[in-house]
Design a protein around this ligand. Sequence first.
Ligand code: BGC
Length: 434
Amino acid sequence: MVQCDDRSETTTRPATEPFPDGFLWGASTAGHQIEGGNLSSDMWGSEWAEGSVFAEPSGDACDSYHRFAEDVALVADAGLGAYRFSIEWSRVEPEDGWISRAALDHYRRVIGECRERDVTPVVSFNHFSTPRWFADRGGWTSGDAAERFGRYCEVTAGHVGDLIEWACTLNEPNLSAALRHIGVAPVGGGVGGGDVHPGPTEAERARIAELRARSAQTYPATMPAFQGAPVEVMAAAHRRGVEAIRSGPGDAKVGWTLALIDVQAVDGGEARRDEAVELAQGVWLDVSAGDDFVGVQTYTRERIGPDGIVARPDGAETMLTGWEVYPPALEHSVRAAAARAGVPVLVTEHGCATDDDELRIRSTTEGLEGLRRCIADGIDVRGYLHWSLLDNFEWISGFGVTFGLVAVDRTTFERTPKPSLQWLGEVARRNGLR
Ligand code: BGC
């Protein structure tokens, strides 16, 4: 039998009480996953490289670069009060040192639209994709990466900082440490198979392969964010970003967002688990000390035995990513993050990739019950942003892996809210589960 330290909650207070006044309820997205046509980014290059690991290219994505007002309206009309999205560095600075005033104006309009609709913008300055010129210089491992990122943050904060209340510098800079030390593929993977979406048809794949063979891209065929840099390097970039945003106009709260899988020990795997958690999460959470918040992003658990990752329990429900549906991960990760980082928590991502919207509602409800228990125990949680507002481009998995509260037609880009959007909006209006 598998013995597991499935940490249970430490309070018996009901999870049905209201959330604190001013609690932010919202939904998250990321530029490259929804905007479309992100031509100057390294990600686009990798999607079109011969033999690319991406199931399909991002293409027009959800066309949100043009339809952002519709997206903000979906958030506002549902009753949600916050929208997290990212500014694309490669649009703002498509060539090293050349700033696009038009792109900055565009993002100012997106933020303005949020404020018009009484939606708090939570703005990520980087969400995985970087400009091609930055990747060509060695990406995060080049000597001046922190300087270059700081320069971009400075110019961007200078243009939009007066309108922002929450700013995230880097998204999941610990992703590649999670791959290495925990041994998982947090995007598009999972242990032991599962209910993984098949993706594009054979014919579509053949056509994409043919076009890729012609495209002459020189980019690595893997996802660039998988080749992350060590914590010291990413921490330096984060610090430069924080400084730049803080010294610009406005008084946004600034932090970074981390991939915090709930890692549990089974069958005597405690030592191995502790080491993995320390290297993939602990040292990254330490960097948040002194920030205004830490963004917690959590979806599932992984179990580690003395020999590494253990397959999920027989019969466990799975997402389209192949990950186990495990709602207590939210409570466990928030407790662990708050304890280690010692700063307020903003849940910047949490969700369920599924075609079954009832499962999305059920698993999110259970996750939120745990989050409410964290608050009852005195943990300072400022908000909950569901991943994701839209069915979007799920990186190497493509469009078949659907996390959205809203479906998006792949040809017309028409948005169709799912019942879960209305459900989360009602939770927000009540400021509580019941
Ligand atoms: C990322 C998102 C991604 C989500 C689901 C997080 O790793 O920040 O961009 O879509 O998880 O895989």
